[in-house]
Design a protein around this ligand. Structure first.
Ligand SMILES: [Zn+2]
Length: 377
């Protein structure tokens, strides 16, 4: 081969290689956010006193979800108001790739436990959650989710079982959990039960108001509330609109009546479901709904001045990868690599007094221990 021919072939190969490497090896989906929402800059409080902590969990939300949502909303997210960021290692006691049971238990109770366990240690012994510890110190506590309350993440904060699939047994633990405010779906396992129990009646006997519609909840001005307006999960974002934000703010205003402060967990529950089903359109709707809820919560916290807000995830779901897109058009092209959870550190975002404690790389359980220390629980 002559030198000239060799050079021509080399140039041809060099020209082709980048083009080949840009092709994704998985089937991609495209999503365009037609109507981007405005995002404001929030001034963080100047004081150092921490009276309340709000822990927000995007179930299955990784940096890829955040960056995809950021691209879809034309380079804007409320989440960008976070002052400090960190990375959380999510592996559980007996598996590298965790689930919501063990992943949420690490955040709620501070211990790595076995896959599929909720609110118990590796020996099946019940653990105290941040809700329980807050109550023991005279603070109030609450949980707000868009899924059924017997799903793993909310259960991690109130219930105890080695098997997250024992949902009808798990849900009975809410009667003795003691949270001051609960909002979520899943009424079908609270009543008409095979064991004859009616958990709403039992909750009422413990002093709870048990509204079954948003309108009934909206009228409540004080006292303990257990609101379960849906038989299973709450409806999709296009139908429920800003329900997660409304239910969260309602809870914040109720819990804030306690002069000693509160702990609240808010979950964007269904990012995980659409990661499992590899549905990019619904996944982005849920992620953007969660971000808008974050915006409302950060605004509330900034006004309050003594509230620390942490936003994180329990694990990643779907192996989401952004392979192409357009910031100006709000267009994203993504692939999924699995229908299950994947192994990756998840981001931690912090806003408000004490936020500086959440930078760095640490275990998911450290998020519990940091919150416990900062709230003096
Ligand atoms: Zn999860």
């Amino acid at each position: 081969m002559k030198k000239k021919q060799l050079l021509a072939i080399l140039l041809l190969v060099a020209g082709l290689l980048p083009a080949q490497s840009q092709e994704s090896t998985c089937p991609s989906q495209t999503y365009v956010l037609e109507h981007p929402y405005p995002v404001e800059k929030i001034t963080p409080p100047k004081g150092h006193k921490i009276k309340n902590v709000i822990l927000m969990i995007g179930d299955g939300m990784s940096l890829m979800h955040v960056y995809s949502a950021w691209t879809a909303n034309r380079g804007n997210l409320w989440l960008q108001n976070a002052q400090y960021t960190g990375l959380s290692k999510t592996y559980c006691a007996n598996k590298l790739i965790t689930d919501s049971g063990a992943g949420g238990t690490a955040l709620a109770c501070g211990y790595k436990t076995n896959y599929h366990s909720v609110g118990v240690d590796v020996n099946g012994k019940p653990l105290k959650s941040l809700c329980n510890l807050a109550q023991a110190k005279g603070k109030s506590s609450g949980i707000v989710v868009t899924c059924r309350l017997w799903d793993a993440t909310p259960a991690d904060f109130c219930c105890h079982n080695v098997d997250r699939d024992q949902e009808k047994a798990i849900v009975t633990d809410y009667v003795n959990c003691g949270v001051d405010y609960a909002f979520g779906g899943g009424s079908s396992y609270f009543e008409n039960r095979e064991d004859g129990r009616n958990l709403f009646k039992e909750l009422q006997q413990k002093g709870y108001q048990t509204p079954r519609t948003w309108n009934d909840l909206a009228k409540i001005k004080s006292g303990k509330v257990f609101a379960v307006p849906y038989s299973k999960d709450t409806p999709v974002p296009a139908i429920r609109k800003d329900l997660l934000a409304r239910a969260s703010l309602k809870g914040l205003n109720l819990l804030d009546q306690n002069k000693k402060g509160f702990f609240m967990m808010i979950e964007g529950s269904q990012l995980d479901d659409y990661g499992h089903s590899n549905d990019l359109n619904m996944l982005m709707q849920e992620t953007l709904d969660f971000d808008q809820t974050i915006g409302k919560v950060l605004q509330w916290a900034a006004k309050d001045g003594e509230t620390l807000v942490i936003v994180t995830a329990d694990h990643e779901t779907g192996g989401l990868t952004l392979v192409d897109g357009d910031l100006k058009q709000g267009k994203i092209v993504c692939c999924f690599s699995t229908h299950e959870h994947s192994g990756v550190m998840v981001p931690v975002y912090a806003f408000g007094p004490g936020a500086e404690n959440f930078s760095g790389i640490y275990e998911n359980t450290d998020i519990f221990w940091k919150i416990k220390k900062l709230l003096n629980l």
